[in-house]
Design a protein around this ligand. Structure first.
Ligand code: ADP
Ligand code: ASP
Ligand code: MG
Length: 439
């Protein structure tokens, strides 16, 4: 059994959704098809939620009506039989009625999650009706019946595995299952989600849970590229990456994959393929145990980073200092991405600054604290790059005009990370493209 995940652009237009039906029918292998919301929908739902949280119900109503209109047109184009169109319009009425009812309810975080879940619920139901029209036999598996996260927002693979196996067991003769990406149930039993872009994570978790032959991530580009195609003009697809390399790229900003989406597949050794819905026969990228080749493969960038420097003369020759510093971050459940130390100072970066005020205050007990916001981590990822000749020279030659705030080298064999100001990101990625890949 395999997993096929289709992202927002792959189902965002009626024609594309019809194409997905062809893609899932190209082979006989049984499969779980994971769908995202239609492109633009989750953003629209976020906006509706924001209007409601501001108490601006009139604006929320306008946004809900505009989205409803979009879906009515989508259904008209997607389906050709009146019976299936009626069914689809009933689905739309049900979900948009729900959105209209919540206009009257006071806003809460739980309600916000319910609103955000509507996109994937809609896309899968509409796709199921289309498959029905095309006489493709299938079963719609509600993700909310098996995808669970604990009180720390961590997916519970063990529980997912058991629940999913029970559901699949009820449909032994079924070859095609459809389910929602992104959405989950939390420890309180409420509707929740795996954070933006989370459908990749759902796909990988499902692939791990069923020990899939492969986890296919179908998107709008022909695989992982060597650099961010939104920022750099000339980029090229990478044929093969190890799980470690792919995990670093995803974590450090390559948007094609959700930051946490590689670990479940890696842990259960399920190969991942990144494929292009627009060019289904293109090779794409294979992510597996082996890296395929040695050396630098790609560059990625992660924005929204805060750097914190703690300077203290008491650190000189003292032991236990770093432990105390780390304990502050641990206490506030804030993970550190990069770290560099000197004899009298330690610099760390975080990407979640929700607890920054408390953290800074507590760190002041150890010395002077300096905070720089709006930073970007640029990661250079590859296989055994720390051992690859000339890499550092090429990086520093290329980045001659860029002030680099921190460098992390040697922490792993797959990654060299640099911290720069967000304002220098575009030029940094472009210079590295020339210096490292000659593109
Ligand atoms: P989906 O909706 O299918 O999940 P995403 O928009 O989340 O698609 O991810 C695909 C996009 O990721 C591409 O269109 C591309 O612009 C962006 N992207 C950023 N970095 C990379 C990279 N290194 N390689 C490929 N795509 C990347
Ligand atoms: N629809 C969700 C989002 O836009 C999840 C996903 O597309 O992966 O973030
Ligand atoms: Mg995505």
């Amino acid at each position: 059994m395999k997993v096929m995940k289709f992202g927002g652009t792959s189902v965002g237009k009626p024609r594309r959704m019809q194409e997905v039906a062809n893609l899932i029918n190209r082979d006989e292998e049984s499969k779980i098809v994971v769908l995202s919301a239609l492109s633009g929908t989750t953003n629209a739902l976020v906006e509706i939620s924001e209007s409601l949280s501001r108490g601006d119900r009139a604006e929320a109503k306008l946004q809900i009506d505009a989205l409803h209109e979009h879906y009515k047109n989508f259904v008209d184009e997607l389906l050709s039989e009146s019976e299936s169109r009626n069914k689809a319009n009933e689905v739309l009425d049900e979900h948009f009625e729900f959105l209209t009812i919540i206009l009257k309810i006071s806003f809460s975080q739980a309600l916000n999650k319910d609103i955000l879940a509507q996109g994937e619920l809609l896309s899968t139901k509409l796709f199921s009706i289309y498959l029905g029209e095309k006489k493709v036999s299938h079963v719609l598996l509600p993700a909310l019946d098996f995808m669970t996260i604990d009180s720390y927002d961590e997916p519970q693979v063990g529980t997912i595995k058991v629940k999913l196996a029970q559901l699949l067991n009820k449909h032994k003769d079924t070859n095609v299952f459809i389910t929602q990406g992104y959405i989950s149930r939390n420890s309180k039993g409420e509707v929740d989600n795996l954070k933006r872009g989370g459908s990749d994570y759902s796909a990988s978790l499902i692939a791990a849970a069923i020990n899939a032959s492969v986890c296919e991530i179908w998107t709008d580009i022909d695989g992982m590229h060597n650099n961010d195609p939104r920022v750099v003009e000339k980029t090229k697809a990478i044929e093969q990456l190890s799980f470690e390399e792919a995990a670093e790229l995803a974590y450090f900003g390559a948007k094609i994959l959700h930051p946490a989406s590689i670990w479940p597949a890696h842990f259960f050794n399920v190969p991942v393929r990144l494929l292009n819905t627009m060019q289904p026969d293109a090779k794409g990228t294979l992510i597996a145990e082996k890296a395929g080749s040695v050396g630098v493969k790609a560059v990625a960038a992660k924005d929204g980073i805060t750097a914190i420097k703690i300077k203290s003369s008491r650190m000189l020759l003292a032991y236990g200092f770093l432990r105390k510093v780390f304990e502050v971050f641990e206490k506030h459940r804030t993970s550190i991405d990069m770290i560099t130390t000197s004899e009298v100072a330690v610099s760390v970066t975080i990407d979640d600054d929700v607890h920054l005020p408390e953290i800074s205050k507590e760190l002041e007990a150890f010395g002077t604290v300096e905070v720089d916001t709006n930073q970007t981590i640029v990661s250079i990822v590859g296989n055994e790059i720390a051992e690859t000749k000339d890499v550092m020279k090429k990086i520093f030659d290329a980045l001659e005009p860029i002030p680099v705030r921190m460098v992390s080298y040697g922490g792993s064999r797959h990654n060299i990370s640099l911290l720069i100001a967000r304002a220098d990101k575009e030029i940094t990625l472009q210079l590295l493209n020339k210096g490292l890949f000659d593109l």
